[in-house]
Design a protein around this ligand. Structure first.
Ligand SMILES: *[C@@H]1O[C@H](CO)[C@@H](O)[C@H](O)[C@H]1NC(C)=O
Ligand SMILES: *[C@@H]1O[C@H](CO)[C@@H](O)[C@H](O)[C@H]1NC(C)=O
Ligand SMILES: *[C@@H]1O[C@H](CO)[C@@H](O)[C@H](O)[C@H]1NC(C)=O
Ligand SMILES: *[C@@H]1O[C@H](CO)[C@@H](O)[C@H](O)[C@H]1NC(C)=O
Ligand SMILES: *[C@@H]1O[C@H](CO)[C@@H](O)[C@H](O)[C@H]1NC(C)=O
Ligand SMILES: *[C@@H]1O[C@H](CO)[C@@H](O)[C@H](O)[C@H]1NC(C)=O
Ligand SMILES: *[C@@H]1O[C@H](CO)[C@@H](O)[C@H](O)[C@H]1NC(C)=O
Ligand SMILES: *[C@@H]1O[C@H](CO)[C@@H](O)[C@H](O)[C@H]1NC(C)=O
Ligand SMILES: *[C@@H]1O[C@H](CO)[C@@H](O)[C@H](O)[C@H]1NC(C)=O
Ligand SMILES: *[C@@H]1O[C@H](CO)[C@@H](O)[C@H](O)[C@H]1NC(C)=O
Length: 381
């Protein structure tokens, strides 16, 4: 009981604090282990002791002080600095082998002796250097055929953590990605067009971070989304209507890497023949004998070996004639409708009269279909 009270009293009488119990140091640079203490008793002597301990080894005495007098271990006297009454320890220069636990103990003698101690874990790291990314293959890969391996190597650095970035963002997990156990290597299989992007490797450790130059792997794909556009002329679906005498320019395009080679074919008299190579085709309609010509644009990617083709029809119309013809057509159809309507009205009137004069036979409703049937019959007779 009294011991407990005494311990409490000691704790409250001498307070030894460290801002952090874990400190990351950089190899080759000085490291400061800050320690603060205060007490509210009158002290006749203040003692500060620093010890160093590595896992599975005995603690080593580094240095100590009584009042203003520092007593270093002669072996380390140039490495550690203590300026009492400040209990902070300076390590300079920090070496990888300085990694371990540093224990500070402060004893204050006054009306009895009060003591306190703290432990600081020091990790020492070598900063990472700028990583380099190697791509395999270095040339380029065909979509869904090849695979890409990205290897990140870093010259210097301890406890390196690798992170792959795509277009500046951390790479999301995908079934198509395989990482090595430490993430230094990224394998993409199968490779797809979606894998095109700016890749980089971000390496880091507790004391530093560095990003590689951007790598943009070459991925061959396509052709995709083949389509034909014209500079003018009406088009509905794959049918382009063009006025006689007009010059119409067609443009064939498809997404592909490397760029496609394009060929244009014309179908005439049951045979198809290539009329032009390249993405553009000019059709001068007045030179065309027929009114309707079938064309085809074919895109070919000579690396992926894939091709796509699209068919379209050019209808050449003579403006005046066509409009007249259309007018005539609409006129005749109007006449037909009027004729039929007139005939139906007459037929129904006749039917009505006939029904009236029929002596009470079939008083029920006549459905539309029946009526139609009867009308048809009459039409025939
Ligand atoms: C010392 O500090 C503790 C708590 O901080 C307090 O309880 C105690 O009264 C103080 N003693 C003196 C002599 O100030
Ligand atoms: C330490 O300093 C205190 C006063 O600051 C003094 O009374 C005491 O004698 C000193 N002790 C030693 C060992 O120098
Ligand atoms: C102890 O010394 C360090 C510099 O070595 C300083 O930053 C710190 O403020 C000092 N602490 C006290 C309590 O004076
Ligand atoms: C020293 O301790 C005694 C008993 O432990 C106490 O009576 C006395 O007040 C203390 N003196 C100081 C200065 O703390
Ligand atoms: C990746 O491609 C290489 C040849 O380009 C091949 O030897 C290897 O087996 C492929 N790896 C996988 C996982 O497909
Ligand atoms: C990749 O980087 C290049 C310049 O280095 C930039 O022009 C391009 O837009 C970037 N691509 C993406 C998808 O961010
Ligand atoms: C992974 O590959 C499959 C084809 O095997 C593809 O459909 C899918 O889009 C790819 N996923 C990503 C995220 O690239
Ligand atoms: C590798 O990266 C993944 C996320 O991309 C992460 O979850 C994993 O912890 C990393 N592994 C290592 C050893 O860094
Ligand atoms: C068109 O070709 C088909 C077979 O390719 C053939 O059967 C047909 O007779 C040909 N028609 C004309 C008009 O040449
Ligand atoms: C493949 O097509 C590209 C682009 O059209 C062209 O530059 C290249 O010469 C072609 N390669 C071969 C082997 O035909």
């Amino acid at each position: 009981m009294w011991l407990k009270r005494l311990l409490l009293c000691i704790c409250s009488a001498l307070k030894l604090t460290v801002p952090s119990h874990t400190i990351h140091g950089i190899a080759g640079q000085p490291l400061h282990l800050p320690v603060d203490y205060n007490f509210n008793a009158t002290a006749s002597e203040i003692q500060i002791i620093w010890l160093f301990e590595r896992p599975q080894s005995n603690p080593k005495y580094l240095l100590g002080s009584v009042n203003q007098t520092v007593v270093p271990d002669l072996e380390y006297q140039h490495k550690f600095t203590l300026i009492p009454p400040n209990a902070s320890l300076m390590i300079s220069p920090l070496h990888i082998s300085d990694e371990g636990n540093y224990i500070v103990k402060v004893n204050v003698r006054g009306n009895g002796t009060i003591a306190a101690s703290q432990k600081i874990q020091v990790a020492v790291d070598v900063p990472v250097t700028k990583p380099i990314v190697h791509t395999e293959p270095s040339s380029g890969v065909v979509e869904y055929v090849g695979n890409i391996t990205l290897k990140c190597t870093v010259g210097k650095g301890t406890r390196v953590v690798y992170q792959w970035m795509k277009n500046g963002k951390p790479l999301h997990d995908s079934p198509n990605y395989t990482f090595s156990s430490n993430n230094a290597t990224l394998l993409i299989v199968p490779v797809a067009k979606e894998d095109i992007g700016n890749y980089s490797c971000l390496v880091s450790n507790p004391v530093s971070a560095m990003e590689s130059e951007i790598i943009a792997p070459t991925i061959y794909y396509g052709p995709y989304g083949l389509r034909v556009k014209s500079d003018k002329g009406l088009n509905i679906g794959a049918v382009f209507t063009v006025d006689m005498g007009e010059v119409i320019l067609f443009d064939c395009s498809a997404d592909s890497n490397p760029p496609n080679t394009y060929s244009w074919s014309q179908r005439a008299d049951n045979t198809t023949h290539v009329i032009k190579y390249g993405p553009h085709l000019e059709v001068v309609s007045d030179k065309v004998a027929q009114k309707t010509i079938d064309y085809m644009c074919r895109a070919f990617n000579n690396v992926t070996g894939k091709r796509d083709e699209t068919h379209f029809t050019v209808v050449v119309t003579s403006v005046g004639l066509e409009k007249l013809a259309q007018k005539g057509k609409s006129l005749s159809s109007l006449a037909v409708i009027t004729g039929i309507s007139l005939f139906l009205i007459l037929a129904m009137a006749f039917l009505f009269i006939w029904k009236r004069y029929q002596p009470h036979k079939d008083q029920g409703l006549i459905t539309g279909r029946h009526r139609h049937f009867q009308v048809m019959l009459m039409k025939e007779t």
